[in-house]
Design a protein around this ligand. Structure first.
Ligand code: SF4
Ligand code: SF4
Length: 271
């Protein structure tokens, strides 16, 4: 039985945290650089906001307007209270949280769109569905909030990855396989980065953002194939979870080769 909720995935360190369920990535033309600038400006702006209902609602109005009509998942929020937190502002977090400097211990999340209760108690499907050992590996390996938040919600993709690695090794893996193993870490990091760098994302995909709420609103479609001669892949699950689309048989060959190479790296590192 895997550990459920034993591992807290939302805030891990000064540099690693997650805001995916607050809609962190639900922005058009997403890139790490753009998101960092947005969060940094918003955090600075919030510092001078009076901690009153009017002050906070005015800040909310200012900050939600630009992306309102162009979110990849229009019925999924992007919370305007996401900002950068921590002494050095190196990770993502909630500007309304009572621990934020300036909030004087007051929890202002009741003024958010989700409401304080949902903000405090929600846990994404990964926390229950991704086996504890794979959660631990994520924590050991991913060292920055941007990549962490993009991959952490992808429990099916992560499970498919680690199952393939285990099948090649002929054994189960453990977090200790990764702790002092630079090459294994690097192989997994490369895989995780496919979330933002995948070259075979189908043209109408919503970008790297994942809608993981399991309410049927935005189901992930099967792999898109422009012509009937494009064969199935041995990595069909992974391709689907990466929102793939292929315009030719040659393209799917290349995608399989890319994944083969990544798995070979992991296999060699963990043998
Ligand atoms: S998406 Fe999951 S891991 Fe990320 S903050 Fe929400 S509950 Fe935590
Ligand atoms: S107010 Fe709620 S939804 Fe918004 S950033 Fe804070 S925790 Fe996330």
């Amino acid at each position: 039985m895997d550990d459920i909720h034993d591992i807290y995935l939302c805030q891990l360190s000064e540099t690693v945290s997650c805001g995916a369920c607050c809609g962190l990535y639900n922005l058009p033309n997403l890139s790490r650089e753009k998101l960092e600038i947005l969060l940094s400006n918003r955090t600075k702006d919030f510092e001078s906001v009076p901690r009153t209902e009017d002050g906070i609602f005015e800040f909310q109005r200012r900050n939600k307007a630009p992306h309102r009509l162009s979110r990849p998942f229009p019925q999924f929020h992007h919370c305007p209270f996401l900002g950068l937190i921590g002494g050095e502002k190196w990770c993502v977090g909630c500007l309304l949280h009572p621990a934020m400097p300036g909030n004087n211990g007051v929890d202002y999340r009741s003024l958010s769109w989700y409401g304080e209760m949902a903000c405090r108690t929600y846990f994404c499907p990964t926390t229950k569905k991704l086996p504890g050992v794979y959660q631990s590996i994520l924590i050991v390996v991913i060292d920055n909030w941007y990549d962490f938040g993009l991959i952490v919600t992808e429990h099916s993709l992560l499970t498919a990855y680690f199952k393939e690695v285990e099948s090649r090794l002929g054994r189960r893996i453990a977090a200790s396989d990764y702790t002092q193993n630079f090459l294994a870490k690097s192989a997994f990091k490369e895989f995780a980065e496919l979330k933002s760098k995948w070259p075979y994302r189908r043209h109408d995909a919503p970008g790297p953002c994942n809608f993981f709420f399991e309410n049927g609103l935005y189901p992930r479609p099967d792999v898109f194939r422009a012509t009937p001669d494009i064969r199935l892949s041995p990595y069909e699950n992974i391709l689907r979870e990466l929102d793939s689309g292929f315009s030719s048989a040659k393209e799917i060959e290349a995608a399989d080769q890319l994944l083969d190479d990544l798995f070979l790296k992991a296999e060699r590192a963990l043998m």
